[in-house]
Ligand binder design. Structure first.
Ligand SMILES: [Zn+2]
Length: 201
């Protein structure tokens, strides 16, 4: 279950401090280890959320906002409960659902060290949900005495919607899979006009 991190700030910091010398978390702490997460009192510049299971903090998610652009400029996460990856995956899904459907994020952008094993999951994630790798910056990060490449990702909240039944899809489909209507419109949150696919035929 996800909760605002502010409520669990002390426990979150205790969890974080417990990982500082654990090599598993080196990609989180990098070279300039910071023992304290300051949780802001509003979600204006950062949405900070924790996953809570059995009454304990098990994960942390932070989305840094570009305002008033209303898109997420960077997203980071940490799993404090390595034995329960299912909890982490479910909480991450809930966080993305919140950012996209409640906060209406126009776009989510994030960056990750190429050598971090989570990169494989990110590659699968963008493939499945229609994001993309923006590019790779060479030697852009420093960790444990070495410089590593950084991979930049983005996911834009654009979609095709059926004007008849409201079915939404990321795929460019001429005919609605749900009701068979050809009134599929493309919606891009960065563009003001809504384009009907039918008018292009
Ligand atoms: Zn439809």
């Amino acid at each position: 279950m996800i909760k605002p991190a502010k409520i669990y700030e002390t426990e979150l910091n205790t969890k974080l401090q417990g990982t500082m010398l654990d090599p598993y978390y080196k990609w989180w702490h990098m070279t300039y280890k910071d023992a304290i997460i300051t949780v802001e009192s509003t979600f204006w510049s950062k949405t900070q959320i924790v996953g809570v299971h059995d009454g304990k903090v098990t994960s942390y998610f932070s989305a840094v906002w570009d305002r008033p652009g209303n898109y997420v400029d960077n997203f980071i996460c940490a799993n404090f409960c390595k034995d329960h990856k299912v909890w982490f995956a479910a909480d991450m899904k809930a966080v993305f659902n919140y950012l996209i459907n409640e906060e209406n994020a126009k776009k989510i952008r994030w960056v990750c060290v190429k050598n971090n094993p989570i990169n494989k999951s990110y590659e699968k994630l963008v493939k499945k949900f229609g994001g993309r790798i923006i590019g790779t910056e060479r030697y852009g990060a420093h960790c444990c005495g070495h410089n590593y490449d950084l991979v930049y990702y983005e996911w834009i909240n654009d979609y095709y919607v059926c004007d008849d039944c409201g079915y939404k899809t990321k795929k460019d489909e001429l005919v609605c899979k749900k009701c068979g209507s050809c009134l599929m419109s493309y919606v891009n949150p960065f563009e003001t006009s809504v384009q009907s696919m039918c008018s292009n035929i």
